[in-house]
Write a protein that binds this ligand. Structure first.
Ligand code: ZN
Length: 237
């Protein structure tokens, strides 16, 4: 009985080992038999994965592109026309957004105290007026749209239609009105030093790649509405 019991104890592991060995070799044979199919499946899944990654990154790129797309036309961003009730007349022919009136007038007064005489040349311009400026001057000067856009915004794309833009000159140097030479005037030098105190910013600096340098053109960023209007432009520059 004891001997049998001992034998049984040895037999079971042996039987188990044989069984395991057999099943292992069957599995191996099956694997070898199916290996070409498995390889094929692996290739198919691999290719699909690569394709998905490519599509995914392409999708991300498009998404990024959409986010970065700012709807510029010839380098100008679109601007909606201000509603008439927000416009105020600050002097004959010069209307501006009510938000910027006090700051603009205060800036002119402060400049005067320093012996600088600022002249307001152009404030709010309707989209219709911009249409006339852009199209009539363009044909008059025999310029193509892209050339003209370097010095004038297409209608619907001018900061002037928001009421937050102001073109300024030097009262003692009127020959520099709307000219790059305005940058050599005392008025411009004063503006560079002081305009930010009144929340004015030069819109088209020398490093703007689309639009020519306009030292006379400043925009107001001293209210939430103004900041919202120029948010896209500030993100880009
Ligand atoms: Zn301007």
């Amino acid at each position: 009985m004891d001997q049998n019991k001992d034998l049984n104890q040895f037999d079971i592991p042996l039987a188990k080992r044989t069984h395991l060995n057999n099943s292992n070799s069957i599995l191996l044979k099956k694997l070898l038999l199916f290996s070409p199919f498995l390889f094929l499946l692996f290739c198919i899944f691999g290719l699909r994965l690569i394709r998905n990654i490519e599509i995914g990154s392409l999708g991300n790129f498009n998404f990024q592109d959409q986010r970065n797309h700012d709807y510029r036309i010839l380098g100008h961003l679109p601007y909606a026309e201000i509603s008439k009730e927000k416009l105020v007349l600050i002097e004959p022919n010069i209307e501006v957004h009510i938000d910027m009136r006090d700051s603009l007038l205060k800036m002119r007064d402060e400049a005067k105290k320093d012996g600088i005489y600022l002249v307001f040349l152009s404030g709010y311009r309707s989209i219709n007026l911009q249409k006339e400026i852009f199209y009539s001057l363009k044909s008059f000067r025999n310029q193509e749209a892209a050339e003209r856009a370097r010095v004038s915004a297409p209608p619907g794309y001018s900061e002037h239609s928001t009421g937050f833009a102001i073109d300024m000159g030097d009262a003692t140097k009127r020959e520099t009105d709307f000219e790059p030479e305005f940058e050599n005037t005392d008025a411009f030098k004063w503006l560079i030093k002081n305009a930010a105190k009144f929340h004015f910013k030069l819109s088209f600096t020398k490093d703007n790649k689309y639009i020519d340098y306009e030292p006379w053109h400043w925009r107001y960023e001293g209210s939430i509405e103004a900041l919202k209007v120029f948010e896209s432009s500030n993100r880009k520059s």
